[in-house]
Ligand binder design. Structure first.
Ligand code: F6R
Length: 356
């Protein structure tokens, strides 16, 4: 009998010639390296910031959402994430702006970067090159140059790590050194535990990918702390797995989406719920999850909970991210597609460029 694709290294390699899986398995190293790059960037101590703003789209913007989750409890000032052309009106000389674009050529991010410059904001650019690197150099804006050659979504550690380091250097976050080291080591350990060499029979990431094949993933975060991770799962399932997916978060989903489950199973119940759990989920939210399962989620074709790993908040977030990234790549293999290309994203960008 032929081996199942997820236990067949040759077939997985053939479906993934540019090695997205290998990049995912290197996530620990990427985070460590991104943090180091942020410590090295040439930066004034600065006059102090009263607000942090992260500009970035897609794979370059999700780092901002994760930063906001972490900073929620740790930072004395707010973190706002902007995923559009124009920054908010309040941006000014005491706003610290991270302009994140892996390619450096994303028009929304460049337009917002320029507008923040006109508002005299304190800017830092994080990019592998392109127009953003050119402008940062011309404007004398600190530039964290990250390695080229990755699909942006696989460069999360490079895009996110520098922000942690800069916020720490500016006294907005406490030292993140031990947190980063723990998260990187946890991810390295998990990459072995959940990697391609671990057969499906003993590998929960492969098993979840198989359960999701042919179904519609619904990813819920049990608490707002992991909301950005649920969003990351959804976008990775979209871009790597090439499937449609949705995400939501407790307690907000109890106030609207739960009602949609009334008819959700009709005509065919293909919705598969994945709930992201964390040791620090507040008891009231765990209670909400239990009740919601009873009153609404029995309509789902399948239900899984995935628990975070590690001690610190950063490890817990990134362990869940690694799980989801692997599921999305294994799902691509099960769907018989290459996880790398994102043809529709490229086509929209090209057509916009041509139309001017
Ligand atoms: C992820 C991806 C997209 C891009 C987004 C913005 O791999 O392809 O989500 O991240 O289109 O482009 P960049 O990251 O170059 O600013």
């Amino acid at each position: 009998m032929a081996r199942a694709v997820l236990d067949d290294p040759e077939r997985m390699k053939a479906l993934d010639p540019r090695g997205v899986l290998d990049l995912v398995l290197r996530s620990g190293e990427t985070l460590r390296e991104g943090y180091r790059l942020g410590q090295e960037v040439d930066l004034d101590p600065g006059p102090g910031a009263d607000h942090v703003l992260v500009l970035g789209m897609g794979g370059s913007g999700i780092g901002g959402d994760l930063l906001r989750s972490l900073a929620y409890e740790l930072a004395p000032i707010p973190v706002t994430v902007v995923k559009e052309y124009a920054p908010p009106r309040w941006v000014g000389a005491r706003t610290l702006v991270f302009a994140c674009s892996y390619s450096g050529n994303t028009e929304e991010t460049i337009a917002a970067y320029d507008a923040c410059g006109r508002a005299r904001a304190l800017r830092v650019a994080i990019t592998s090159g392109g127009e953003l690197a050119r402008r940062a150099e011309a404007d004398g804006v600190p530039l964290v140059r990250i390695p080229p050659g990755f699909p942006p979504r696989a460069a999360l550690g490079y895009l996110f790590g520098p922000m942690l380091a800069v916020l720490e250097r500016w006294g907005i976050l406490p030292s993140q050194r031990a947190e980063v080291e723990e998260a990187a080591s946890v991810m390295e350990e998990l990459a072995r535990e959940w990697g391609p060499d671990r057969p499906e029979a003993g590998n929960p990431t492969k098993q979840l990918a198989r359960s999701l094949a042919g179904r519609f993933p619904v990813v819920y975060a049990c608490s707002p702390f992991t909301a950005a991770v649920a969003q990351r799962w959804k976008t990775q399932l979209n871009e790597n797995g090439k499937v449609y997916a949705v995400w939501n978060v407790f307690p907000e989903l109890n106030h609207n989406e739960t009602v949609g489950w009334t008819l959700a199973g009709q005509p065919d119940g293909l919705l598969h719920v994945v709930v992201l759990r964390d040791a620090a989920d507040p008891p009231r939210l765990v209670q909400r999850l239990r009740i919601t399962r009873d009153v609404a989620l029995q309509k789902a074709a399948g239900y899984h909970e995935v628990m975070s790993r590690g001690r610190g908040g950063l490890s817990r977030l990134f362990s869940l991210i690694l799980f989801g990234d692997l599921v999305s790549v294994y799902l691509a293999y099960l769907n018989g597609v290459d996880p790398y290309p994102v043809a529709v994203i490229d086509e929209v960008k090209e057509r916009l460029e041509r139309e001017g």
